[in-house]
Design a protein around this ligand. Sequence first.
Ligand SMILES: Nc1ncnc2c1ncn2[C@@H]1O[C@H](COP(=O)(O)OP(=O)(O)OP(=O)(O)O)[C@@H](O)[C@H]1O
Ligand SMILES: [Mg+2]
Length: 363
Amino acid sequence: MKILAIANQKGGCGKTTTATSLSAALAQRDKKTLLIDLDPQSHASIAFGMLKVEPLNSIFSLFVNETDKVKKISDIVINIENRLDLVPSHIILSTIEHELKEREDGLLILAKAIGHAELKYDYVIIDCPPNLGFLTFNALRAANEIIVPVEASVFSIMGVGRLISMVELIKIKLHHAPHTKGLVTMHDEYSEFSEKMLRKIKYIFKDKLLKTIIPYDTALRQAQEKLKSIFKDSPHSRAAHDYLALADELLALDKEASAGNIYQEMRKMLHGVYGNIYSKERVFRLYAPKASDVYIVGDFNNWKIDESSKLEKNVDGDWEKSLYLLPGRYRYKFVADGLWLWDPQNSEKEPNPYGDFDSVFQI
Ligand SMILES: Nc1ncnc2c1ncn2[C@@H]1O[C@H](COP(=O)(O)OP(=O)(O)OP(=O)(O)O)[C@@H](O)[C@H]1O
Ligand SMILES: [Mg+2]
């Protein structure tokens, strides 16, 4: 499951339009997608016609302080169209932002809620509010990838540096390294100014800029006015075409990243046949006495967080799991309460495609 946060503290740069259109595009491409509206303005919810949602049926119920009112993501999901679900927002969400500061787990609530719900989606898209507060921090912490929409304007470009510093802070403080990619929005190819800004954006993001460029297209505004997705309202528009191209680009990048997994699949098949003869036991152990669940994910299980990758806790606060693996070199990580961690007992690490490191071992 891929979790993408759409974030930029600059207002009106196309976050919500990207979150809603990309979610709908991924659903069109047969990917089961969940759109999480994390902005108290609730524009993504409104864009899909969710004008009246009870506070406790919205994302607010994940963050509410009274534990008896806290709900699971699966309890508040609304089906929008084929393969597309929504967790709606509510204006009341803006009132809890300052309370999150007081809570020990204030930055991890969304990551934990997504981790615990065992959601069965291919993609989760999070629409962030236009600031760098606790809600945005929650999204950046939960995401494996951040898409930063940047419209061709001076202020939009100025804000990017601050967002990137925030991601760096997350890397250092929370040992979590989501991959960041820029997306040019509202581009007017006929405007000299827009072209100049595009060159600046390319300079800032370098190879981290998505190739797809979203043009300025009034069809998007018209679709939002009718509370419809661009694919329902204007399927032949330039914007519909380009948001599908964006979905295709992201899908191709993910396919590239998991290309190595075909080899792993073959390895697993062989394991089924020859496992008893050639496989060796490897025990994974993490000391995390306060964690409520810990998983081991890596090349050997396609990085899947599920029952089969769960560790057992012993009385000393150690979490353990033993796996039988064929000889080879494997990358892996622990996931403790939604936090992705290297193995502190293994100094061998390798960089991964997301700009972070994985622990590595050889059998
Ligand atoms: N590619 C585009 N072409 C034309 N108009 C667009 C495009 N993308 C977004 N818009 C319009 O620009 C306005 C701002 O877009 P949007 O709401 O997506 O930005 P946002 O970053 O989510 O804003 P906020 O920071 O307030 O959440 C909206 O009116 C939207 O319809
Ligand atoms: Mg928005």
